[in-house]
Design a protein around this ligand. Structure first.
Ligand code: NA7
Length: 553
């Protein structure tokens, strides 16, 4: 039998081997470490069985409905969006004892981004152990960067575990939200009206597709669709496919379909830096072992969180040494391309991470296949038979995929939010989206954003960001519950000072170092968190600073 000391030693040895394997570039050493882990996994499973541990107990032990939940005064809450943010909010409300809530979702299923995006190769490019909620661990990720369908399944399991489905209203497209005297009235395109005391837009920022304003788009004779509208049953096999754009979506699609299509043309307007990130498969043995030891899944979360937050997060907000490490890795990846002409086409003319960094170990290989062409000549128009370039040549196509991104600065504008006696949200945001500490908005009582302006975004984990925000909102609700307040909203001067603080840090960020990206709005402004991820966590965890909020009985 493995004693307690041995168990801890084996766990430590497994995690050390894991971290060393992730960091090494020596494939022989990586194979040796993987073998060592494999042996430890078998021993740890045997030990767990001997000790009578139950598999998956990270979740099973977390029986929120059996925990003591404080009695709450009636507070009706309406959440808009059944994606990552809305589901996290619902789960934590459940745990905190706020059971009177509804989640309004325009679609017919949960998952948000992970429900809508079904293109081949769709996956998260944030490591899965970090792209998870700490209160709902997942020992069963099958890959370092899990496929979209697996993330949707994870969210579905979360919805079941917290019995959220009974609170979700599918097919509810919110068209207007008005606040008056302690009550939000929310109307939908389907003709329903909901009333709530608290209103939480959790609509995200990757849900409104941008269709490029290229002449002739509607005259294409073949199939033409945005990457987020790829039908699950659409098969590109044997077809001549063109794809406009080379962001994260395109890179995943290209890598996935290149071997299946007859010919693939990637239309690139701006070169991208690509960080090499092999997508390791995780064995069933490993998944089984982790299911017995949720503490190890948590260690993996911590490891990746530090890697992303300290490494990546600091690199984009002014840490030159951290940025150089990413720049060197991206440059070495680029240098691996043998053909100097292709390499030149793929060389960006702006600093690494100015645009959202692409993570892929397969994209450059795909571009070098004989049936793939990288087209950098500019597009003149779309014609029935293909894409006409400005030099007069025609690229003939059967399928044209528009991987042209999303309107990331729209946020929840389409909800038409207003408050009695004040501005509409669209008026308040006419010079750019804003918030107080990513949560509230002066002039709009009882409104809390999840994933709105001044959240951390980019290559960080939106799940972690949502979890921090959701818990912050719950503390505001607890204060309303404790004091009996009917209204809460940030003071305008506190919000102005916060926006000044964020804007004052913009110049340090790599996002304004000379490129165009979805981090910048139409006027070149920035409305995301501009300080370090650690500063965001600190603000979320130590706050809310109640003195900066106005509570009204
Ligand atoms: P992105 O990252 O916004 O990429 C959009 C791509 O489409 C990008 O390469 C654009 O080129 C290109 N684009 C957009 N409009 C045009 C026109 N009119 N002509 C040519 N090329 C165009 O979107 P993704 O869907 O890939 O990823 C979005 C996020 O989802 C991603 O960052 C992850 O967070 C998940 P440009 O660089 O602007 O020249």
């Amino acid at each position: 039998m493995m004693g307690e000391i041995d168990l801890k030693a084996a766990q430590d040895a497994w995690t050390q081997a894991e971290f060393a394997r992730i960091m090494t570039v020596d494939s022989q050493e990586a194979a040796h470490l993987a073998e060592r882990q494999h042996e430890l996994e078998a021993s740890l499973i045997a030990a767990a069985k001997t000790l009578g541990r139950s598999a998956g107990d990270g979740r099973a032990a977390h029986r929120w409905w059996e925990q003591e939940r404080p009695p709450r005064r009636p507070l009706r809450i309406a959440i808009v969006g059944g994606g990552v943010g809305g589901l996290a909010m619902g789960a934590r409300l459940r745990e905190a004892g706020y059971d009177d809530f509804v989640i309004l979702e325009k679609s017919d299923d949960i998952g948000g981004t992970w429900h809508h995006n079904n293109y081949p190769g769709v996956a998260c490019d944030v490591a899965s152990y970090f792209y998870s909620f700490t209160f709902f661990k997942n020992p069963g990720w099958s890959q370092m960067f899990a496929p979209g369908s697996e993330i949707k399944r994870y969210l579905s399991e979360l919805a079941d575990h917290y019995r959220l489905r009974e609170h979700i209203r599918f097919g509810a497209t919110v068209t207007s939200c008005h606040y008056d005297n302690g009550v939000w009235t929310i109307s939908t395109a389907e003709g329903e009206t909901f009333e709530a005391n608290i209103f939480i837009p959790a609509t995200g920022f990757l849900h409104i597709p941008i269709l490029p304003a290229i002449e002739g788009r509607d005259r294409f004779a073949g199939e033409i669709f945005h990457s987020s509208a790829w039908r699950p049953d659409f098969d590109s096999s044997g077809k001549r496919v063109g794809i406009i754009g080379n962001g994260s979506s395109s890179v995943q699609i290209v890598s996935n379909i290149v071997d299946r299509v007859d010919h693939l043309t990637v239309f690139q307007r701006t070169a991208q830096w690509v960080f090499p990130a092999p997508n390791d498969y995780y064995s069933e043995l490993r998944q089984q072992m982790l299911s017995y030891y949720p503490e190890l899944t948590h260690r993996l979360f911590q490891f990746f969180m530090d890697w992303y937050n300290d490494g990546f997060g600091n690199a984009v907000t002014g840490d030159a040494a951290a940025q150089k490490r990413f720049a060197d890795a991206c440059q070495a990846n680029l240098d691996s391309i043998a053909d100097p002409e292709l390499r030149a086409k793929l060389t960006p003319d702006y600093p690494v991470m100015c645009k959202r960094l692409i993570f892929s170990s397969t994209y450059f290989d795909a571009l070098q296949r004989s049936n793939c062409a990288l087209e950098t000549r500019s597009i003149a128009r779309i014609e029935p038979s293909g894409v006409r370039l400005h030099d007069g040549s025609l690229v003939e196509l059967d399928v044209l995929v528009l991987a042209t991104g999303f309107d990331t600065h729209a946020y929840c504008r389409s909800l038409n939010i207003s408050a009695a006696g004040g501005q509409t949200l669209n008026q308040a945001w006419q010079d750019g989206a804003r918030s107080f500490e990513s949560i509230g908005l002066a002039g709009f009582p009882n409104l809390f954003f999840i994933g709105g302006p001044y959240s951390t975004v980019g290559n960080l984990s939106t799940m972690t960001c949502a979890e921090l925000q959701v818990d912050h909102v719950i503390r505001l609700l607890d204060e309303m519950d404790r004091t009996g307040a009917r209204e809460v909203m940030p003071h305008r001067d506190a919000e102005d000072a916060f926006v000044d603080e964020m804007q004052g840090a913009v110049a340090n960020t790599v996002w304004v170092s000379g490129c165009k990206s979805w981090y910048l709005d139409a006027k070149g402004g920035i409305d995301i968190w501009t300080k370090s991820p650690a500063a965001f966590m600190d603000r979320m965890v130590t706050g809310p600073d109640l003195a900066k909020y106005h509570f009204k009985a």
